[in-house]
Design a protein around this ligand. Structure first.
Ligand code: NAP
Ligand code: 12T
Length: 342
């Protein structure tokens, strides 16, 4: 089997560390790995496969000889360096929102649209964490009974944004509140400890947030379903890892909860945890450090004859980010579409 020269841009971040974990755990065929970050982290050392590797500053020359470049260093870094990496002959798999809605860039969840990898021109985008877990759970149902409308409310963990500083902010504020001290928000717009905040990413002119709008646009692009109606409310909750979602789906025809459970039991990347008699349903805490998208609380939507309601949970740093990106890389290798021609 061939082996590939991999670069991780943003290797010192939360998603970057998860890239390293996932590559190791899946025994990804790496000939070499280059760890890239900003000049702030250049010279730091990280372990990959028990080997200490020095982090380098990301510069245009970083991508010479690289086959696969995994990016998770924010939108600005992706906008600047992804085209440079692609031109150097690498396939970029980008975790930021910079390229997702570009017409010439595939947006891929391997369980759903692996074939879209084929037409990449050097950059493939990894969808938003909240979108990924929702479509992994809904697409198998959509294939047998087309979805017309989705109402989704998210309960997103602090690790979705801001890296270690976000985890630290929750820890510090929790201690301050318990100690009767005042809190000062930095990463989040208000106190996040013992609170819930209906603001993720920036507000748009239509009064949705960008995170909510990504769930609409990305769902349509991934599922090739341009007319699906989606309305999302994205909420930050004081959870370290794991995003949860209450999803209400309107199908073209009725679907029973049992039929949905049977379909999802066979669906790739999905695990059904659904037994009310023993309070079995997924939780964020239990999802952390795991790979599946967990689904529970599947029930008839009392407000619509063609509707189902369900609860969908996944680790936002794994399936929501690093794992999905590495699965895209594996798909690119499998399909033999590694070299872009720049
Ligand atoms: P993080 O822990 O703050 O890490 C940010 C990483 O980016 C660090 O390695 C940092 O390096 C690097 N970086 C920052 N500025 C850079 C520059 N100018 N050039 C090169 N590297 C630079 O954040 P995170 O939680 O890992 O998230 C990173 C990014 O992943 C996010 O900004 C977002 O684009 C993406 N993300 C996507 C999803 C998703 O939904 N799929 C979820 C979470 C995150 P230093 O150590 O040198 O600062
Ligand atoms: N603002 O990848 O705040 O588009 O949790 C993912 C997560 C952007 C993204 C978050 C965000 C993205 C968040």
């Amino acid at each position: 089997m061939s082996e590939y020269r991999v670069a991780i841009v943003g290797a010192t971040g939360l998603v970057g560390q998860e890239f390293i974990n996932v590559l190791e755990q899946r025994d990804f065929p790496m000939l070499s790995v280059k760890l890239l970050a900003s000049d702030r982290s250049a010279g730091r050392k990280l372990f990959v496969r028990h080997q200490e590797i020095e982090v380098e500053e990301t510069v245009p020359e970083s991508f010479e000889g690289i086959d696969i470049a995994l990016f998770s260093a924010g939108g600005d870094t992706s906008r600047h360096f992804a085209p440079i990496a692609a031109k150097a002959g690498a396939v970029v798999i980008d975790n930021s929102s910079a390229w997702r809605m570009e017409k010439a860039v595939p947006l891929v969840v391997p369980e759903i649209n692996p074939e879209d990898c084929k037409w990449h021109k050097g950059i493939i985008a990894n969808p938003n964490c909240s979108t990924i877990q929702m479509v992994v759970a809904l697409y198998p149902l959509h294939k047998v009974n087309p979805i017309k409308r989705i109402i989704v409310d998210t309960y997103q963990s602090v690790s979705g944004v801001g890296g270690a500083a976000a985890l630290e902010e929750l820890t510090t504020q929790a201690r301050q509140v318990l100690g009767g001290e005042p809190t000062v928000p930095h990463v989040f717009p208000h106190q996040i400890a013992f609170n819930v905040l209906p603001e993720i990413d920036v507000f748009l002119d239509n009064d949705y947030t960008k995170e909510e709008w990504k769930m609409l646009e990305e769902t349509r692009k991934i599922m090739h379903a341009d007319t699906i109606a989606v309305s999302a409310t994205c909420v930050r909750v004081p959870v370290f890892i794991g995003h949860s979602e209450a999803v209400h789906v309107e199908f073209s025809h009725p679907m029973t909860p049992d039929e949905a459970r049977q379909i999802l039991a066979r669906a790739p990347g999905v695990k059904v945890l659904d037994d009310n008699s023993v309070s079995l349903y997924p939780t964020a805490w239990q999802s952390a450090r795991t790979d599946d998208v967990f689904v529970g609380r599947i029930r008839q939507d009392a407000s619509h004859a063609n509707g189902l309601a369900m609860w969908v949970v996944a680790d936002n740093l794994r399936k929501g980010a690093a794992l999905n990106a590495v699965q895209i890389a594996e798909e690119v290798i499998k399909q033999g579409c590694l070299s872009s021609g720049g």
